[in-house]
Design a protein around this ligand. Structure first.
Ligand code: PRP
Length: 209
């Protein structure tokens, strides 16, 4: 049985469609209920819906053989997994944003609010700027408005949230997209099944490009 951790939500539904097209369908997943685990014994596959930021934990610890996680989570937590494929879905970027009129004169430590403390710390270390990190868990955009921080490091997709809060992107740190990931020992022991899925999904990604 191949265990697949899918990120709950719209991205996960698109990803499931790719697995289905690869020949690993599981019709019960489309039933309208609140179940979280679905399996198709004939195809030897089991899917489960997890919080997107938890997928890498399931895969790293082997509770899932493969899964789909955002590059943001992989960069932030650096899980010990294999990254097999860029799915070209869930595209956005990790960026530094601040009030439209903000200018960093470099005179004092920069206050940075973010959910992604490692990404922010690595980025500012790479440009040699000293910072104080303020870890938040959501609604990051509020921080510079209330002067909790000077800037934020956060995900920008359409840019609407920033715009509606009079913030703008100052620097892009890294582009983000969804990645197919595998547990290292599963990749060894269930390699044939995983490789079959990877090949089909790789072709689908190319065809959608
Ligand atoms: C993310 C991110 C921004 C928003 C960006 O939040 O933190 O707030 O999406 O999208 P946009 O550029 O299209 O406006 P998410 O919805 O993941 O919720 P969060 O507040 O928990 O981070």
């Amino acid at each position: 049985m191949l265990n697949v951790a899918l990120p709950k939500g719209r991205l996960g539904e698109k990803v499931y469609a790719m697995f289905e097209a690869a020949g690993f369908e599981c019709p019960s997943i489309k039933e309208n209920n609140r179940k979280l685990i679905f399996e198709n014994e004939e195809k030897q596959v089991r899917y489960f819906w997890v919080k997107p930021s938890d997928v890498a934990i399931y895969v790293e610890r082997g509770a899932a053989d493969i899964g789909v996680a955002g590059k943001d989570i992989l960069l932030e937590y650096n899980p010990d997994i294999y990254e097999l494929l860029d799915l070209n879905l869930g595209k956005c970027r990790m960026a530094v944003a601040a009030p439209d009129d903000f200018y960093d004169d470099g005179n004092r430590r920069l206050k940075v609010a973010t959910k992604f403390t490692n990404i922010a710390a690595d980025y500012y270390a790479s440009i040699g700027r000293e910072i104080d990190i303020i870890k938040l868990n959501g609604s990051i955009e509020i921080a510079p408005i209330l002067k909790l921080s000077d800037v934020i490091v956060d995900i920008v997709e359409t840019g609407t949230t920033l715009k509606e809060n009079n913030l703008s992107v100052k620097n892009t740190i890294v582009p983000i997209s969804a990645r197919l990931i595998a547990n290292k020992s599963s990749f060894k022991f269930k390699g044939t099944q995983i490789e079959k899925i990877v090949q089909s999904i790789r072709e689908q990604v190319k065809a959608n490009d």
